[in-house]
Structure formats: C-alpha cells, structure tokens
Design a protein around this ligand. Structure first.
Ligand code: PRT
Ligand code: ZN
Length: 286
C-alpha cells in the first residue's frame, strides 16, 4: 500500500478520457469500470482514484492522493498548498470576461462598479485587484452564461474554448483572464519512495507528449540534393541517409515537428524529394 503512488483523476467530464489515455500511454494498465471510485495498476506501483475535478486539489493537499490531474483553472481557483509538476498539453481553454454583444467595451476599466457572475471568484478577484478594478462578484456554480440575460450580472467570467457558447448566449469575449491546460499537480511532501515513482511517471509523460508533437518522416531524394534536404530536416541529431538500390538515390529519415511538417513538405518537393512518408511516433526519449 505505502509504496503505491495515488493518482487522482476526474471521474467523468472533459478531462476523464484524456487522463486515462495518458496514463495508459505511459504504460499503466488498469481496469476502469463506469462506477469505480478506485482501481490499481497491475504493472506499475500506482492506485487511481476517480473524483470530481473540484475536489482533487484538496485531496492532494491532504495527502489522500499524492498527485492529480486537473485543469490549471481549478488549480489556481482552489489555492491549495500543492504545485504543478508537469503541464500536460490537453484540455486547453481560457478563462475570459464576456459582456452582452451590444454593449460597448472601452478596456478593462469598463468593469469598474459592475457585477460579474462566475464560478471562479478567486481568480477573477486577483485579476481585478491587479488591474485596480473594483467590481461585485456573484459566485454561481453553473450556467454562468445566462446571468446577464436574466439580469443577474452585467458580465461573466467563464471558461471559453471555441467561443460558440458565448455567441449563442448573445455574449462577446473581451478579456482573457488566464490560459489553461490540464496539469499534473502534486503534494509538497512525498516520501522518497513515492517521489521516485512520480519521477518515473513524469519521465514517461514527457516521452509521450514529446512524441505527440513530432512525426517521423521518410523520403527518397536524388543524391545531389541530399545535402540541401538535410538542411531543411534537422532531425534529432542529424537525419539518417541510406543508399537506395537504384543508383543516384538515397533514403532520408528524420524527425519533424507536427506544426511545421506541411511547410517542410512543400520545400522538400521543390528540392526533388519523392515518396514522402510521415508516420506517428509513439514514444520519444531524448
Ligand atoms: O463533474 P466535475 O466537477 O468533475 O466536472 P466539471 O463539470 O467541473 O468540469 P468539466 O468536465 O466540464 O471540465 C473539466 C476541465 O476541462 C475544466 O476545468 C477546464 O480546465 C477544461 N475545459 C476545456 C473546459 C472546456 N475546455 C470547456 N469548453 N471546461 C469547460 N468548458 C465549458 C465552459 O464552461 C462553457 O460552458 O464549455 C463551454 C464553452 O465551450 P465553447 O467551446 O462553447 O467555448
Ligand atoms: Zn468541476
């Protein structure tokens, strides 16, 4: 028992599936029935607790869980004595201030003396204080976006992802308060044994996330353009170049960033590259 890392993840909701997927990609096998509150990994010293995301920071602070996966917005709002150990690069969103579409906005001072409805009172209070704005905060736990329409508030502060919820409620986003993504949080006093398990897990998370943003690229190139092609494809150390059976041609292998490979492909084709293959990488250890 003692030497198992207790990992708290969301029981159901936007973070659930991706949290489970990440742990599985890190090589942790466990069963995950719909009504389970707790499960154990068969092949890694970890127990997984399924909780409401809002409760996770408290559980981690109390040491009931050693680590947890939550949105950064929840981490910041709860103000618990825990820390972010690893950013996880999913569930990206922002916490924003929004006002009715027809209202004019003249900068952040427009909020002075106004009423703002939100489920994130601490974050918005800090933000307003930093900007010397004094507004009245109405804490509500859900359906924040209807508050202006029913006369409960002048503005709202809520999570935005695509912006379509705001739009369909006649609101416009005017100020980003924080940007958020899923984060791994941990308590501040883990035993040496648990810290060692956590280090191992973080090593794996990094390898998985690094691989997600990169692709393995293979192509055939005429020998006289290999040098130039290699300068377009820096690779991890340097690209691998192998001779093809057909003389005068080589096969070039490299690792490229997801967000730049379309640009690279155009440049490579212009340099005479053929048979370009781009394949996913599962894990990447540097
Ligand atoms: O039941 P439990 O308390 O565990 O879950 P929850 O209902 O509190 O949270 P959940 O599952 O909705 O979200 C969990 C976390 O996902 C949040 O804390 C954020 O960190 C992150 N996240 C990412 C989002 C969104 N994207 C998101 N779009 N959380 C909420 N939304 C909501 C938002 O509140 C608004 O109603 O989606 C709507 C806006 O979406 P767009 O795309 O219309 O802008
Ligand atoms: Zn919640």
């Amino acid at each position: 028992m003692e030497n198992k890392l207790r990992i708290a993840i969301q029981k159901s909701g936007r973070l659930q599936e991706k949290s489970v997927k990440l742990l599985r990609e890190c090589g942790l096998y466990f069963s995950n029935g719909p009504n389970r509150l707790k499960t154990e990994s068969y092949n890694f010293p970890a127990e997984i607790l399924f909780l409401r995301d809002d409760d996770i920071p408290q559980y981690v602070e109390d040491g009931v869980a050693d680590i947890g996966i939550v949105g950064e917005n929840v981490f910041l709002e709860k103000k618990k004595d825990i820390e972010i150990t690893q950013r996880l690069d999913f569930a990206k969103c922002r916490l924003s201030l929004a006002i009715p579409k027809g209202d004019t906005y003249e900068g952040i001072q427009s909020f002075d003396g106004k009423q703002i409805a939100t489920s994130y009172p601490n974050i918005i209070k800090d933000f307003l204080a930093k900007n010397n704005i004094s507004a009245e905060i109405h804490e509500i736990s859900g359906s924040v976006e209807i508050a202006p329409g029913i006369g409960l508030a002048d503005a709202i502060c809520d999570i935005v992802s695509t912006g379509s919820t705001l739009m369909s409620n006649g609101l416009k986003e005017v100020e980003t308060v924080i940007k958020s993504e899923a984060v791994l949080v941990s308590g501040k006093s883990l035993s040496a044994e648990k810290q060692a398990i956590l280090d191992k897990l973080i090593f794996r998370v990094k390898a998985v996330n690094k691989a997600k943003n990169t692709k393995y690229m293979l192509l055939n190139a005429p020998n006289d353009s290999v040098k130039e092609i290699c300068s377009v494809l820096p690779g991890m150390k340097s690209p691998t170049v192998l001779p093809l059976k057909e003389s005068g041609w080589s096969s070039v292998h490299s690792v490229v960033n997801e967000d730049e490979f379309w640009d690279k492909i155009d440049e490579l084709k212009a340099l005479g590259a053929q048979g370009i293959l781009v394949v996913p990488i599962e894990k990447m250890i540097l």
